[in-house]
Design a protein around this ligand. Structure first.
Ligand code: ATP
Ligand code: MG
Ligand code: MG
Length: 380
């Protein structure tokens, strides 16, 4: 019996465990919170990721380790990797944890990026705003997620406010200033690479965010083949350069037909949740196959899919259950403002049928769902 260890016990670990059950896999999850939502499906070790005793116990009980949480300290990942196989490798994790390191790597690989500059002091910030120009975004280099740790500067006059908001973090997690990209679309490529270096990706996905949090994903994205191939090629080269094993997402902005890389998520990704019902093989299943050295499953799509995130609290489920291609996911989390508590995927054989299903769900739930832009993209 193979046991897969997962560092981090959120919904990604939960969906990995659910996906691994038919493969006969066992799981052990480590998290700092005893009520982490994966604990409903997998045994847990509760402890700090820097605690060698807890990590040692975890290492002694698993055959392979992977991540649900990208901010596990890179030193802890390295410590673990000396004892048990860890995928993705700690170097790839460390690069993806640092916006400056990842953007520098993108640039080295010839993957275009928004303008960026490291900011270590208030003088650096002023100089960076002067050279990059406003609007721009100041971000923490490390530990940000769901748009947290970011400050948007509309004009150079916002330097004071930006420094007040994030300046104290310059000496802890570091800061980076990025040019604001007036993109037409946000896209992501969810890819997977095996221990032998085989790479596959799912069809490119278009994503809509509200206040920095993913709200809706549509697959396949309505982009031309050349652009989709370029996006996948960026992802392939990145995975190869990092000797990456497992699933990851490359987030991209598309502006006047040019792709600019935003960030690399070194794990299964929210914009790939639609693959559970919308693809021959889900991102969760293929991540497990990759880290275990098993052959990958086919990543082709089954029709068209749209995922809607439930943020803050779960809505009424019945309208999604009533849809022929409606699939409900409740992560079993306590409601909390801004928290991802579940999602739904609508799957259909045609763009028209998907647009109709979205219209019904949007009308019934009446929440601030991003269904209108998705329907528009579907040509509805
Ligand atoms: P995630 O939850 O995806 O890990 P995050 O906190 O790491 O989010 P980003 O992905 O950098 O943050 O930013 C969140 C969202 O904010 C992006 O998806 C995009 O909508 C917007 N955004 C971020 N950077 C830029 C930029 N340079 N130009 C325009 N919009 C941006
Ligand atoms: Mg991120
Ligand atoms: Mg992001």
């Amino acid at each position: 019996m193979t046991t897969v260890g997962i560092l981090g016990g959120g919904q990604l670990a939960r969906m990995l465990a659910l996906s691994g059950a038919p493969l006969g896999l066992r799981f052990l999850v480590m998290d700092t919170a005893a009520d982490a939502c994966a604990s409903q499906f997998a045994p847990m070790i509760v402890g700090d990721y820097r605690d060698e005793q807890a990590l040692g116990e975890f290492a002694s009980k698993v055959d392979v380790a992977t991540f649900d949480f990208e901010n596990v300290p890179a030193e802890s990942a390295r410590w673990l990797a000396d004892r048990v196989p860890v995928f993705p490798n700690p170097h790839a994790l460390a690069v993806a944890q640092d916006r400056l390191a990842e953007k520098t790597l993108f640039r080295e690989l010839g993957i275009p990026v928004p303008d960026f500059a490291a900011v270590d002091s208030r003088e650096d910030l002023e100089a960076a705003v002067a050279s990059i120009g406003a609007p721009c975004i100041l971000k923490t280099r490390r530990l940000g997620y769901d748009g947290k740790g970011q400050f948007r500067l509309r004009t150079a006059g916002d330097v004071d406010a930006a420094w007040r908001a994030l300046g104290a973090q310059a000496s802890t997690v570091g800061l980076i200033l990025e040019g604001f990209v007036a993109f037409e679309r946000e896209l992501s490529v969810v890819g997977v690479r095996t221990r032998d270096g085989e790479f596959r990706s799912w069809p490119v996905t278009e994503n809509w965010h509200v206040d920095g949090v993913l709200s809706a994903s549509l697959a396949p994205a309505a982009v031309d083949n050349a652009l989709a191939e370029q996006a996948c090629d960026h992802a392939r080269r990145l995975a190869h350069a990092l000797d990456y094993v497992g699933v990851f997402a490359l987030e991209l902005f598309c502006r006047v037909g040019v792709l600019l890389a935003n960030e690399l998520a070194p794990r299964v990704h929210n914009s790939g949740h639609w693959t559970i019902e919308g693809s021959e093989t889900s991102q969760f299943q293929n991540h497990l196959r990759a880290v275990l050295g098993l052959p990958l499953g086919d990543t082709r799509m089954l029709g068209h899919a749209c995922m809607l995130n439930w943020i803050g609290h779960m809505p009424e489920a019945s309208v999604v259950h009533a849809e022929p291609g409606g699939h409900w996911h409740d992560y079993g989390k306590q409601p909390r403002d801004g928290r991802k508590v579940g999602h739904a995927t609508l799957r259909a054989d045609s763009t028209g049928a998907l647009a109709e299903a979205l219209a019904r769900v949007g009308a019934a739930l009446g929440r601030d769902l991003q269904v209108a832009p998705v329907i528009e993209r579907l040509g509805g």
